[in-house]
Write a protein that binds this ligand. Structure first.
Ligand code: MG
Length: 385
């Protein structure tokens, strides 16, 4: 299986809701609805890229909703949902991903398990959609009366993300242009593709009315969370220079620290501790030292990125505890500045950030003043998925 790209469709106007802000940009427990949907895919390990289709009037809302994210530019949608999806698929032509997940921007509570089930099903079907049973009896209504009872055998409700092999769904959309079908499975079926069904989830609801936002907020509020602890460790050797960057601040010293980035061993250990708590790789997998763009990089960026990953999963940093291990420079005089700088990078109260220092009694490489080591522990609260 090759790359999987998520295409989020957020070009609708949401005419069934009150207010002037389109539904996909309404706030849901501190984040726009669309941001929650985007975060579900950017934090999924099997999704390589996220692209969003937006309404041309929503550029400012989109910019606000995606602040801090490194996304390719949004695609401008068309008149209908089907047009918007086709334009989004055509905009992926340069990437030509192996498969694409098409998701409603107004479904903010999609779970990682649902995304995984759809992706897995694509290994032996050209398309797959999540669906749920219909427990209620269905009636066809006419002029306020029941015209007939609709047999519900084999009837399911279709959700998103709907996954497809990219080239096949793009071609299907191009062939079916102008038909105004309400989901992509319908487009695929019309061209003869046989799609798989995987289990959907009730909570993967589409925000259509004001009451849906309230229900989604209740679902988020009752999600259980757990405590996780992450640890990080890093070492950088001394090299030529007269200043070290440590804990985000510059400290005069007889040497500098050598490294690909600014060699801030303290922020590296903290970054790894956060990524460790998330089971989300390590600093090297997010910022490969072989990548020239991270040469001399400010390590605050690495730490802020790890914190963004935590927040994208609705996590909270309860506490960070950092220990610097060196004979020199002395850390004590800089402790308060470091604590203040690190808490600013993390955007948490300074009382959640602890800075400690120790020597190794002149033993080992730190004792021989060959470099500085740092270890960090973080405690986070994270919704259980
Ligand atoms: Mg390092």
């Amino acid at each position: 299986m090759g790359d999987t790209v998520a295409l989020l469709v957020a070009a609708g106007r949401g005419r069934r809701m009150s207010g002037t802000v389109p539904k996909q940009y309404r706030d849901l427990c501190g984040k726009p609805v669309l941001r929650r949907a985007i975060d579900a895919f950017t934090t999924h390990p099997a999704v390589a890229k996220v692209r969003v289709v937006i309404h041309p009037d929503d550029a400012d809302d989109y910019t606000r909703a995606t602040a801090g994210l490194d996304l390719p530019p949004p695609v401008t949608g068309g008149e209908t949902r089907q047009d918007s999806v086709r334009l989004g698929l055509e905009a992926l032509a340069n990437d030509t991903p192996a498969q694409v997940l098409i998701h409603d921007g107004a479904r903010p509570l999609v779970s990682p398990d649902t995304i995984t089930r759809v992706i897995d099903a694509l290994s032996d079907a050209p398309g797959a959609i999540p669906a749920i049973d219909v427990p209620d009896t269905l009636k066809r209504a006419q002029d306020g009366r029941i015209a007939e009872t609709v047999p519900r055998d084999n009837i399911v409700r279709a959700q998103t993300p709907q996954g497809f092999r990219y080239v096949e769904i793009r071609d299907a959309h191009q062939r079916m242009t102008g038909r105004d079908m309400t989901d992509d499975a319908a487009v695929a079926e019309a061209t003869g593709l046989h799609l798989a069904l995987v289990a959907g989830e009730e909570d993967n609801m589409k925000i259509t009315r004001d009451a849906d936002l309230e229900r989604a907020a209740r679902i988020l509020a009752r999600r259980p969370s757990g405590i996780r602890v992450g640890s990080g460790f890093d070492v950088h050797r001394f090299g030529p220079g007269d200043c070290v960057r440590l804990g985000g601040i510059d400290i005069s010293h007889t040497h500098g620290l050598a490294g690909h980035s600014d060699a801030d061993v303290a922020l590296h250990a903290l970054t790894d501790a956060l990524l460790g708590a998330l089971a989300d790789g390590d600093i090297g997998s997010h910022f490969p030292p072989t990548d020239p763009q991270w040469r001399d990089a400010d390590s605050a960026r690495f730490l802020a990125h790890a914190m963004d990953r935590l927040r994208a999963r609705d996590g909270d940093l309860l506490h960070a505890d950092l220990t610097l291990i060196c004979e020199a420079p002395r850390i004590g005089p800089h402790r308060a500045a470091m604590q203040s700088r690190i808490s600013a990078i993390l955007d948490v109260d300074a009382g959640r950030v602890s800075i400690k220092a120790t020597t190794t009694e002149a033993l080992g490489f730190t004792g021989r003043r060959e470099g500085i080591a740092a270890q960090a522990t973080v405690t986070v609260e994270l919704p259980i998925q």
